[in-house]
Design a protein around this ligand. Structure first.
Ligand code: 5AD
Ligand code: SF4
Length: 468
């Protein structure tokens, strides 16, 4: 049989040895063979980080990572389906890849659209050979081996798993901040959300394995880690230590070399006082909490099945506002959920007024396949959703502009992560995750921590100067 693909089983023989379990083989320097992958990622930080792990895995299988689909033998597309627009983009992008298959390249779809559409992807885009959801990534080495052996179509669509995806090698994109997933999937059942279907049930990673990775990251020179999960604070340590999320935060902060610990996304129902106490006790735990509220109306929250009322949410905010150091708070909002009345939308506006968020992500409700809210009546027109979104964003812009203006004159520690093309201009984040653009005469600051004095403020960022 002639192999239709560029990558062949022979390529698995590296340095004259056959890899029996390619997934366990990590010591082969990447790029020795002609195998090369191109990986494009859409969606959230979880997807970005999944891609870093998939890239690490492929490197350990002897692939090189390349910057263009043209240079690749394997083209992978890690997809997002949280809103309709994101999912639509996948098929138009796959259309662009169509002729690549005839050039002998293997094309694969990973992530949430892969999970959601499953084998239907082969019908809509027959040039695709691999469809794999995030709950099956640990089977990728086998699947890649099958493709290399000439199989035309392979799938990984099982979500019924208690495994987490751990790789020996992770190809991190961000040189300053290391992402680290501590909990996968989601057991909440918000009525608008595809995540429980696309990422499967909640699985927490063992605390000792997390801490081992943090120690490795510190040795590699990372000083900032960000713990990730759809509901990161629902973390439930599967080991006998039964570490609470707040204990894990403290333990990560205690690792030598770690200077900043971030975590996202927190679910309000699992946001307990001990998390705030940990932030109070340990300055390395960043003073920033992303706490999506989604709506300011208890009636809408119930319809969304968010498991808290407006008042209960505000109690969590009060916990943070009562802390012994200021905590930056950000959120997610959905406007135009089915049946959301004008007064209910105004309750969301009054919540913004009350909480004074540092920033927020806002979305028009997007009906998604398989979700309970799909069949709810009283849908809101696109026009009305757009109107509400614009009002909400205007209000938040005013709040942010006023809040940021009060910071002029203050000093913050900034981890420098950007260098502008303009001379002597740098950028970075404070621990509360505020972006600061600042001037400094220093020659090299990237990756260092500096003190910056705020000299100006806009709604989305601060201006400053290096304070020595
Ligand atoms: N429509 C609009 N926004 C959504 N989100 C999740 N599902 C939907 C949907 N169907 C938003 C929520 C969530 C964020 C990641 O995306 O606000 O917190
Ligand atoms: Fe989706 Fe709700 Fe889970 Fe967040 S908590 S991922 S919104 S189901």
């Amino acid at each position: 049989m002639t192999l239709p693909f560029h990558v062949r089983i022979e390529d698995l023989k590296l340095r004259g040895r056959e890899l029996r379990n390619p997934g366990l083989h990590i010591s082969v320097p990447a790029g020795e063979s002609g195998k090369a992958f191109f990986l494009e990622t859409f969606g959230c930080q979880m997807n970005d980080h999944d891609s870093e792990k998939v890239a690490g895995l492929l490197l350990s299988l002897g692939y090189r990572q390349v910057e263009t689909p043209e240079a690749a033998s394997l083209i992978l597309y890690n997809t997002c389906s949280i809103r309709e627009k994101a999912a639509q983009k996948v098929f138009s992008r796959l259309g662009e890849y169509r002729e690549k298959q005839s050039e002998g390249k293997v094309i694969g779809v990973l992530g949430c659209v892969a999970q959601q559409e499953g084998e239907d992807i082969f019908k809509r885009a027959p040039w695709v050979s691999l469809v794999c959801g995030s709950a099956s990534y640990s089977k990728l080495p086998e699947m890649i081996a099958q493709l290399e052996a000439g199989m035309q179509r392979v799938t990984g669509l099982d979500t019924d798993t208690d495994e987490t995806f751990e790789t020996e090698v992770t190809r991190r994109d961000n040189p300053w901040r290391a992402y680290l997933t501590i909990i996968e999937g989601c057991d909440k059942a918000c009525t608008y959300c595809v995540v429980p279907f696309t990422r499967g049930p909640e699985r927490s990673r063992a605390s000792d394995s997390i801490l081992r990775e943090v120690r490795q990251l510190a040795e590699l020179g990372y000083s900032e880690v960000q713990l990730l999960g759809q509901t990161v604070n629902s973390y439930a340590d599967p080991t006998a230590r039964r570490m609470r999320f707040s204990e894990l935060l403290m333990a990560v902060a205690e690792v030598r070399g770690i200077r900043r610990v971030r975590f996202t996304t927190s679910h309000p129902s699992d946001f307990t006082p001990d998390i705030v106490e940990a932030i109070e006790r340990e300055p390395k735990i960043c003073d920033h909490v992303h706490l999506p509220v989604q709506s300011g109306s208890t009636r809408v929250l119930r319809a969304m099945q968010r498991t808290y009322s407006r008042e209960e949410y505000l109690d969590k905010i009060a916990l943070m506002r009562g802390a012994n150091r200021p905590i930056g708070i950000t959120t997610d909002i959905i406007v135009g959920f089915p049946g959301e009345t004008e007064p209910e939308f105004e309750e969301t506006l009054s919540l913004l007024e009350e909480v004074q968020y540092d920033s927020l992500f806002s979305f028009k409700y997007s009906p998604r396949p398989n979700t309970p809210s799909l069949s709810m009546s009283d849908s809101i027109s696109e026009e009305e959703k757009s109107r509400r979104l614009a009002i909400l964003q205007d209000k938040q812009r005013e709040i942010q502009a006023a809040k940021n203006a009060t910071l002029v004159g203050e000093r913050f520690e900034v981890l420098v992560s950007g260098k502008s093309r303009r001379e002597n201009q740098w950028s970075g984040y404070t621990t509360a995750h505020r972006m600061i653009n600042f001037a400094s005469q220093e020659r090299e600051l990237l990756g260092t921590y500096v003190q910056v004095r705020v000299t100006g403020a806009g709604p989305n960022s601060l201006l400053g100067e290096h304070a020595v």
